[in-house]
Ligand binder design. Structure first.
Ligand SMILES: Nc1ncnc2c1ncn2[C@@H]1O[C@H](COP(=O)(O)OP(=O)(O)O)[C@@H](O)[C@H]1O
Ligand SMILES: [Mg+2]
Length: 295
């Protein structure tokens, strides 16, 4: 197993901003975003990283940004080595496959969640109330079943603590109905297109979340795109009458749920076997999407 990459601070660079998984160097109009091997669950960073996971995530995200740029502009400037910032070039070997150069955006503080299948909190809400994100859904959909159409179920984006679900009406009050409508329509369009592409490659995209921001007056996709950290991926060939095997962070959540942990920090460590299995599952998404065969 390769050695884990936990922070650029361990390699002599001071991050301008450190998220749960990614670190950012502010370069003026642009940001150098670096994906570490940290893993978070229930909004807590685990003490044990998953070596190599950051490279998979970064490359999966960049793959989807390239694929989706016909539908919506995005923040990516480049992930190609000739374009790596010249004054940081001595750090390129250690940052290889983990970095992407992006344009700095004015973030819209909304997590644009789209759900195509029942899972997680959406499934619990459907069982309790017959709604998903407050939207009425026909009765009779089995657990983990496909929704009649993808649903937009946004949440707030909080810098500390847990994100909070908001109805579409609340979103309109917060950011205006024009922008809310654009976020909803774009999110559903990207989800449908990505879901179709994933299916062609033997994966089911159950749900995901997007972030958007303003760059030079244009509404752009930012952050990470359709990764197994931000999405639920299932094996498209698995049995449809059983709980699907998650190819994403849900596997880690499942392990943690079996422990006596109250979901407040500090999070428990992942044992070796679960670390290796998490990596294998993320690698399956990477391989299925054919990301490794791109230049
Ligand atoms: N183009 C961009 N401009 C400004 N901020 C961005 C851009 N892309 C992503 N971000 C922000 O950078 C951070 C990425 O780090 P991440 O580990 O995902 O943090 P978080 O813990 O908030 O999820 C997020 O806060 C995200 O909203
Ligand atoms: Mg994030």
């Amino acid at each position: 197993m390769e050695s884990p990459f936990v922070s650029i601070a361990d390699h002599g660079l001071a991050p301008t901003r450190s998220g749960k998984v990614r670190e950012v160097l502010d370069l003026g109009d642009q940001l150098l975003m670096i994906t570490t091997d940290r893993i978070s669950a229930f909004d807590c960073v685990l003490p044990t990283p998953v070596p190599g996971k950051g490279k998979l995530l970064n490359r999966i995200s960049n793959h989807w940004f390239r694929t989706m740029r016909e539908i919506v502009p995005n923040h990516v400037v480049s992930d190609q080595e000739p374009e790596f910032p010249r004054d940081l070039v001595s750090f390129l070997p250690v940052l290889r496959d983990r970095w992407v150069l992006v344009r700095k955006a004015e973030r819209i503080d909304v997590e644009c969640v789209v759900r195509g299948f029942l899972a997680g909190s959406g499934m619990r809400e459907y069982r309790d109330k017959g709604t998903v994100g407050g939207i009425e859904v026909p009765a009779g959909i089995p657990d983990y079943g496909e929704l009649p159409e993808p649903l937009f179920t946004p949440t707030t984006k909080e810098d500390v603590g847990h994100d909070r679900p908001v109805t579409y009406e609340e979103l309109c009050d917060r950011i205006g109905s024009d922008l809310a409508g654009r976020l909803r329509d774009l999110s559903i369009r990207i989800f449908r297109d990505a879901g179709r592409r994933a299916r062609e490659r033997g994966l089911l995209l159950a749900d995901t979340k997007f972030e958007f921001g303003w760059i030079d007056g244009d509404l752009c996709l930012i952050d990470e795109l359709l990764t197994p950290d931000s999405s639920r991926y299932w094996d498209g060939d698995g049995p449809r009458d059983a709980e699907p095997e998650p190819l994403d962070k849900e596997y880690v959540r499942g392990y943690l749920k079996g422990l006596d942990w109250d979901r407040n920090p500090p999070a428990p460590p992942l044992p070796r076997e679960q670390i290796a299995e998490t990596y294998r599952r993320y690698l399956r998404v990477y391989d299925a999407l054919g990301v490794g065969t791109e230049s």
